[in-house]
Design a protein around this ligand. Structure first.
Ligand code: ATR
Length: 275
């Protein structure tokens, strides 16, 4: 049996084991995937354990995505850009770190709502770790512009400046957001505003959004946030955060096995577990 796992703190509510085990079963691969509770002071030993036990792969979740980088042998370009690792591949003893969150998000966006981002103007609300994770992946799609707006403006400008992508990533003050929305093709909420239990909150006034534009939310609890509900009433096309989770797992599966992930079965088993 080829071994896989996910480490985090907390980890009890992770849907990764049911999703990945379903994927292995679907493909008839003899693999097992388990969740491991790892406190921050145990991270180094946990990674040594991956080497010692010969795990083929590991997912890494909060709070270890940044600290784990120093314990690996190699980092992908995407992991370096995101400044975080969520997927480790054990290549005959060499641990290689990837970040599939950002590319998973973009694949979800393209598969589910907007097949091409080329030439599009994208607004990113928020400037935390989640925003950093998706911006590099969005930039790979050759959009016209990626514009960051954040409650704390300095964090938006610092984040924009950290991407050396020839002026493609910029920031604006929150006060310019209403005007900027008139030109936007895609508006993405990466803030925690609207997340359970504060489900009545919205990150910006949905009446600012352009009819036909895409409103996207990284939040998947609830599956349809108040932001998306109001955006839909406003005439926007909407995209929720569950697909990001599914596709970050799909990429991990593909890196580990070299086979295409059974995405629809993975989605179905996660949806089942949520209801
Ligand atoms: P994550 O890793 O999920 O991105 P984070 O790094 O703590 O978490 O970032 C949270 C983001 O949500 C930040 O952009 C934060 O804005 P500030 O930088 O101004 O703190 C944003 N955020 C959180 N609560 C918010 C609120 N009530 N209104 C607006 N933005 C909020």
């Amino acid at each position: 049996t080829v071994l896989f796992g996910v480490i985090g703190d907390p980890i009890r509510h992770s849907k990764s084991p049911i999703m990945l085990n379903r994927a292995f079963k679907e493909k008839g691969i003899n693999c097992a995937y388990a969740a491991f509770h790892v406190a921050p002071n145990q991270l180094e030993q946990a990674i040594a354990g991956v080497r010692g036990l010969g795990f083929r792969g590991l997912n890494v979740t909060i709070p270890h995505k940044i600290e784990v980088m120093a314990l690996l042998d190699e980092l992908s370009e995407g992991a370096k850009a995101a400044g975080a690792v969520n997927t480790i591949v054990n290549e005959n003893g060499r641990l290689v770190g990837y970040n599939t969150d950002g590319i998973g998000y973009v694949r979800s966006l393209k598969e589910e709502i907007e097949p091409s981002l080329t030439g599009k103007t994208i607004i990113v609300l928020g400037a935390g770790g989640a925003a950093r994770g998706i911006i590099w992946a969005l930039a790979q799609e050759n959009p016209a512009a990626i514009i960051i707006a954040n409650r704390t403006e300095s964090k938006a400008s610092e984040l924009a400046a950290s991407f050396s992508l020839a002026g493609k990533v910029t920031s604006i003050p929150w006060s310019d957001l209403q005007e900027a929305c008139k030109q936007a093709d895609v508006v993405i909420n990466t803030t925690s505003v609207g997340m359970s239990p504060n489900i009545e909150k919205v990150p910006l006034d949905p009446s600012w959004l352009r009819i036909g534009s895409v409103a996207s939310d990284l939040i998947y609890n609830p599956l349809k946030t108040e932001f998306l509900k109001q955006a839909e009433l406003q005439g926007c096309r909407i995209h929720g955060g569950l697909g990001m989770f599914i596709y970050q797992g799909a990429y991990a599966f593909e890196y580990w096995t070299g086979q295409p992930a059974p995405v629809e079965e993975m989605r179905a088993v996660v949806m089942e577990s949520l209801s």
